[in-house]
Design a protein around this ligand. Structure first.
Ligand code: AMP
Ligand code: MG
Length: 424
């Protein structure tokens, strides 16, 4: 049987980035950029005031002190109308352009407006004399120069960059309303099983609620894929075959259940009939051993020759924890690669010290729900009570999976084991 690492490498080998598409920059959150972005302007586009205060000529002050005539008030979005003479200044607001002739701004808090009418309250909106009382004055203070953060033509973003809110802001700053990004993959999800009923029904004898459908849909969304919900299919060849064929229109197809060795585990056989080529079936992993992975084609449905990449097909074991662990280990990295993100070949694990003794039994490596805490010098890990592949509540309490290699062994508190942090 393949190891987790071998299986993961095979999945990544078959996962190639999708093509780029041009979309509204405002809708590009979490997508990967497929082009270089240059600024069409200097930013800021003009010398601007960084504070509310007075724009003045340094030559009018002695050691940062002096009394000046206020000739105008300039708010953000406006420009100065008055040319100032020696001994004159402008009241200026944050973000307003520095008037020609001014070479420093003194903040409002370091000034005293000389009020001819002795009226109380702010000086705003009124002209008159102002006393400047700056302790550490320097020429150019509180002015952000044109182009200080970036110059017209500067490259501000490169291909491969994942777009976060800050990049959306930067794109707006440089005038980009459309961007070329890697199209997120469509991921079809099909739940299989005669025993499944929807979550709003109370199961009767032999039935079980479908937890995987909505859980995997959410996991797809969290991983940046576009879920395509195919609902539930009974374990009947004709219905199942139709549903699987529909799933092969997506970039990725996830089938929950029906991949083990039971009488009604029809999925691998039907997938093969549909032209999906098996890459692996069953790996050395607990939970998740029955996982099936193959590469199909969407070309059977598209005009030939098809420009479309083959569908990646994951048959995940029906037990919910197995499903989700397999999603984390194999499907999430595949979605990330298809989305244009860089995914390390190796599983990114964290070494941590066990806080308690633990007994591991079994001939497969076990990914056991646990709490991982990052300490000052070393992380610690506490395996949680967990009743196995069907125990979602046990997994829900965890923020990581502790990894115990195959083989019976008694671990003592303080020993180091590897762990896989789970994304929020
Ligand atoms: P299977 O992989 O189809 O053999 O299913 C393994 C176990 O998982 C069985 O106990 C199923 O009842 C259960 N199971 C299958 N599909 C789901 C599902 N969608 N939600 C919850 N449990 C499931
Ligand atoms: Mg089943």
């Amino acid at each position: 049987m393949l190891t987790v690492d071998q299986a993961r490498r095979l999945v990544l080998q078959h996962s190639r980035p999708k093509s780029a598409e041009r979309i509204a920059a405002a809708n590009s959150l979490r997508l990967v950029l497929a082009e270089e972005i240059a600024s069409d302007i200097d930013s800021p586009p003009f010398d601007k005031s960084m504070v509310d205060g007075y724009a003045l000529r340094a030559a009018d002050l002695i050691d940062g002190h002096g009394e000046l005539g206020v000739i105008e008030e300039i708010v953000a979005g406006a420009t100065a109308q008055q040319a100032g003479a020696p001994g004159q200044c402008w009241r200026i607001m944050t973000g307003a352009p520095i008037p020609a002739g001014a070479d420093a701004v003194v903040m409002h808090e370091h000034t005293q407006f000389i009020d001819p009418d002795a009226r109380a309250g702010a000086a705003f909106g009124r002209l008159g004399q102002v006393r400047i009382l700056e302790e550490r004055f320097r020429i150019g203070q509180n002015i952000m120069r044109q182009g200080a953060s970036l110059r017209r033509g500067d490259i501000v973003l490169s291909p491969g960059r994942e777009i976060r809110p800050v990049e959306i802001g930067l794109l707006a700053e440089v005038g980009r309303t459309k961007v070329s990004v890697i199209e997120p993959p469509t991921v079809a999800i099909l739940s299989t099983g005669n025993e499944l009923v929807p979550p709003d029904q109370v199961p009767i004898a032999g039935q079980i609620r479908n937890s995987n459908g909505s859980m995997l849909t959410a996991a797809i969304r969290a991983a940046g894929g576009q879920p395509v919900e195919l609902g539930t299919s009974r374990d009947e060849p004709a219905a199942l075959r139709d549903a699987l064929a529909q799933g092969l229109r997506s970039d990725v197809l996830i089938v929950s259940g029906g991949v083990s060795a039971g009488a009604l585990d029809l999925v691998p056989g039907l997938l093969k009939e549909l032209g999906v080529v098996e890459v692996f079936h069953k790996i050395s992993l607990k939970p998740g051993k029955p996982i099936w992975f193959g590469v199909g084609s969407s070309s059977s449905l598209a005009p030939s020759p098809s420009p479309l990449a083959p569908t990646l097909v994951f048959g995940l074991p029906g037990n919910p924890v197995s499903s989700l662990v397999c999603f984390e280990l194999f499907v999430r990295p595949a979605i990330a690669r298809l989305s244009g993100r860089t995914v390390p070949e190796e599983l990114q694990t964290t070494a941590a010290r066990l806080t308690a003794d633990f007994v591991h039994r079994g001939d497969r490596p076990t990914f056991h729900p646990a709490i991982l805490s990052s300490g000052r010098d070393r992380s610690t890990i506490t395996p949680l009570p967990w009743s196995g592949a069907a125990d979602l509540r046990g997994l829900s309490a965890a923020n990581a999976l502790a990894i115990f290699p195959a083989g019976d062994r008694e671990y003592t508190a303080g020993e180091t084991v590897e762990s896989l942090p789970l994304r929020p």
